[in-house]
Design a protein around this ligand. Structure first.
Ligand code: ATP
Ligand code: MG
Length: 287
């Protein structure tokens, strides 16, 4: 699979209309994707083991999307093979009182993966330039100095903060991949209706999601601007087609495996002295 077709190159202006949410690269259904997904999950397991053993790099994976685009299912399926000790998932909702008492990156900084680990952000610091931008009253409710809240240039400044922060992380050994799950408005409606119709999906439905849906175009504009401004070589955005869940999962797994493969991971090599210790231990065990 050519995952470059999903990557937003640094400095380009994203137009979501150029990205088909129903794209599936000629694959017809789930069965067509199954084997490749399974292979990727296996490969990810091997690579993650080395990442953990090496304990130098970490991988941060950001998921952003409209409701019902499939973030949760993608995380569940794609990460199904990895050792739970090597991953952390942080889900970001509206900030708590304690979080609002700090700068907006504070809670995200605290949730970053340690060296050797994969960290998943289910929603992220990008909410600060998405939901907060679409709903100006949220910004007004933040405990910021008035000259900052009312600065007409606040979004560009936040893009700069985010770019610099991610660059800083990258230059300290954190690899970063950011996914936007690109679901169509029609498919979202279909999934909401399923959540209402099927009892075992009722819990996933929230009436507030229908209200957010009425801001669809504002969200798309906010996503386009945020992604255009923050897709960098160090921390690229990928626009993943999300109308077919099985293709979404395959594409995500492919991007993650490619990134891990590029990281030059290997098991730590032991020194001659350590090898002699191993031989001595073997002799002792056998005698
Ligand atoms: P689900 O798939 O279960 O619905 P979700 O990620 O949508 O998962 P919810 O609890 O439904 O989880 O929604 C979290 C809400 O928190 C979203 O509406 C999101 O926009 C909001 N949120 C996240 N970060 C912020 C933030 N910094 N400021 C304000 N709202 C935020
Ligand atoms: Mg939700």
């Amino acid at each position: 699979m050519n995952t470059d077709q999903f990557r937003v190159k640094e400095g380009t202006k994203l137009n979501l209309k150029d990205h088909d949410p129903a794209f599936s690269d000629g694959l017809k259904d789930k069965d067509d994707a199954l084997e490749a997904l399974q292979n990727n999950i296996e490969r990810m397991t091997e690579l993650q083991d080395m990442l953990y053993a090496q304990d130098i790099y970490s991988l941060l994976i950001v998921f952003q999307a409209m409701d019902a685009a499939g973030k949760d299912g993608a995380i569940k399926h794609v990460m199904s093979g990895v050792n739970p000790q090597g991953v952390s998932v942080a889900s970001f909702k509206a900030p708590s009182a304690e979080e609002r008492d700090h700068d907006y990156l504070w809670r995200h900084q605290k949730a970053l993966p340690e060296r050797g680990k994969i960290g998943i952000f289910n929603r992220s610091h990008y909410e600060e330039v998405l939901v907060v931008r679409v709903h100006p009253e949220i910004l007004q409710g933040q405990q910021l100095p008035p000259e900052i809240k009312n600065d007409p240039d606040i979004w560009n400044k936040r893009f700069n903060h985010i770019r610099d922060w991610e660059q800083h992380l990258a230059e300290n050994g954190t690899h970063i991949i950011k996914f936007f799950l690109n679901v169509s408005r029609e498919e979202q409606k279909k999934r909401f209706l399923e959540r209402i119709a099927e009892p075992e999906k009722n819990w996933k439905f929230s009436i507030g999601d229908v209200r957010e849906r009425s801001y669809w175009n504002d969200y798309m504009r906010a996503y386009e601007e945020a992604i255009s401004a923050t897709s960098t070589d160090a921390a690229p955005w990928y626009i993943i087609p999300a109308d077919k869940k099985w293709y979404t999962r395959l594409a995500i797994s492919e991007v993650i495996v490619n990134r891990l493969e590029s990281m030059n991971l290997h098991y730590p090599e032991i020194t001659d002295a350590q090898r002699e210790e191993l031989i001595a231990a073997k002799t002792a065990l056998e005698s």
